[in-house]
Write a protein that binds this ligand. Sequence first.
Ligand code: ASP
Length: 347
Amino acid sequence: MGMNGKSSILLIYTGGTIGMKEDPASQTLRPFDFSQIMSEAPELGKFAMRIDSETFDPLIDSSDVEPSLWQRLARLISERYDEYDGFVILHGTDTMAYSASALSFMLEGLGKPVIFTGSQLPIGRPRTDGRENLISSVEIAASRDADGHATVPEVCIFFNDTLMRGNRATKVNATAFGAFASPNCPPLAEAGISIRYNRSVIRKFTGNDSDLRIHTGLDTRVSVLKLHPGLTPQIARHVICDPGIRAVILETYGSGNAISKPWFTDILREASDAGKILVNVTQCLAGEVDMTLYATGKALADCGVISGSDMTTEATLSKLFHLMGRGLPAEEIKTLVGVSLRGEISK
Ligand code: ASP
């Protein structure tokens, strides 16, 4: 909070549809500069708060996001942490759930809101969803409880009137305004006439600003194998046993079931014996992995596969990047995969 009692927000623009305009030459959407976004949402000027902005260079379509962008965001938030009450990150929707998940792990001891948002239609278009998303995100980032603490001290995604925990959200619709869902965790807030916070779900923060610790080490030696009928031993072996891979996320069927043929379990056992970390998450949008339910799931546990419970693939991937990037031993990583570090798992 500034000296005059006004809230202060840092708006970080990384790219994405929200700020894109049609490039007449190629007739495709490309990111444009931030001043245009601000002029498209003059309502922001009605808030009694200071809104500063930071524009990344180059602005990108989020399909091009690399972990280096997450490191840049974590460093920026940490450097400017004391100056602002909250942070709003404008980001493309395609990989927003990955970035929000990653930041949730990289920012330990977070006591202020970090709200990712974007839009399905550019902010300059008459029917844009970008204006509402941006304005409500700024309001949420500045919101404080009666005791002066941030209402939502978490990394979140705000989209289409709904505030979701970032590491629980996933992009579920390529065209509708409701692009994101959080199937295994209720919304943290819903925006109607007023913004209604779901305080029983929002994580409590009782520490101090000085508690923020950033972890920028990320080890990306993780592969993801989505099971499907017709998967061949050659492809499975390539994705699971490549020597450059240290952890594998298996996107399995239903409650964590996989191919029970010996060629598949042999590959898993070989990878596990070689020290690889194998994590089981479900291809289903909602629900959780339970490897005790069916023989096929039990066979995976017997091969050393650990349960990712009800984590999204996005959260599991970035959690592994983070835990491996901290240089922790494999056994500790395996234990922590099943522990909720930032509310990413219902345990
Ligand atoms: N391709 C765009 C991006 O992720 C889509 C969007 O922003 O909605 O950057």
